[in-house]
Design a protein around this ligand. Sequence first.
Ligand code: SF4
Ligand code: SF4
Ligand code: SF4
Length: 302
Amino acid sequence: MSVSRRDFFKLTASAVSGGLIAAKSLSAAEINQEKYADNYAMLNDCTKCIGCRGCQTACKKSHEGLSHTGNDSRYDMPLDINADNYTVIHLFKETDDKWSFVKKQCLHCNEPSCQSVCPVAAFHKRDDGIVSYDSGKCIGCRYCLVACPFNAPTFEYDSATPKVQKCDFCKDIRIAKGETPVCADVCPRGAIKFGKRGDLLKEAKRRIKNNPDKYNTHIYGEAEIGGTSVLYLAPKDISFADLGYKMYGETPPIELHESIQHGIFKYWIPPVALYGALGLLAYNNMKKHKSNPLSEETDNES
Ligand code: SF4
Ligand code: SF4
Ligand code: SF4
């Protein structure tokens, strides 16, 4: 199995965080689900999805600025979320009997890594649970892309004024008007249910209890990395690893990010180290030049 550079950073961070913060950070039991119960949330039920991709198309059409065409005005289905597609439907298929569609997007984490690593606070977990992004603050460092456990943020590499892009929960075009997100609205199968996180968790548990032969009993996002606002139900014989979701523990990684970042910036280590190194280099060059002032001319002449 090949491990990308991005995955390597994530795995290293997870391994280190597991060791460093297991003793002091929140466990699933300690995470107060009540704290997030009133947050806006979404329940993506993979057993209901028929892969029509209406949600994907509607999301793209409703968000101004997302490109609608590929080269030569042809439009191809994207293989994954990208700067022009906040959500995509993937198909997992092992056999004719074992398959499922799954919707990929930003999960609007309860304890978002993107927010904790961003050095200029361009990401913000709002009181209603939505993780929003402010392009006006963003400096394009792309630390958020590396830190996100779900590879949700993407970057406009081909733009002169690039921004980070990700699902915004339709906060401006729908939520601000008291309406439900576009994808949940258009789904012909009711596979995307929008509501309050506490209610949707109850709904997910009710579906599992009433349909034991249909559902995997695990609700993805209930506890992973401290819980997410986007929750998933999967078919009985299909795991979330099958669907492309990593099986994270319950500890949010943000404590590690914050302890490293705060440690670094508290003592101004990067600027001091940088200027110290540059000063040393300049001093050495000066010394070399003084001990042999003709060296440069000699070098040039030879
Ligand atoms: S609109 Fe509904 S059924 Fe169609 S792909 Fe999206 S989630 Fe699946
Ligand atoms: S899924 Fe990634 S981008 Fe979305 S809130 Fe979580 S850490 Fe941030
Ligand atoms: S909530 Fe809005 S932005 Fe997010 S995937 Fe659905 S339609 Fe797109």
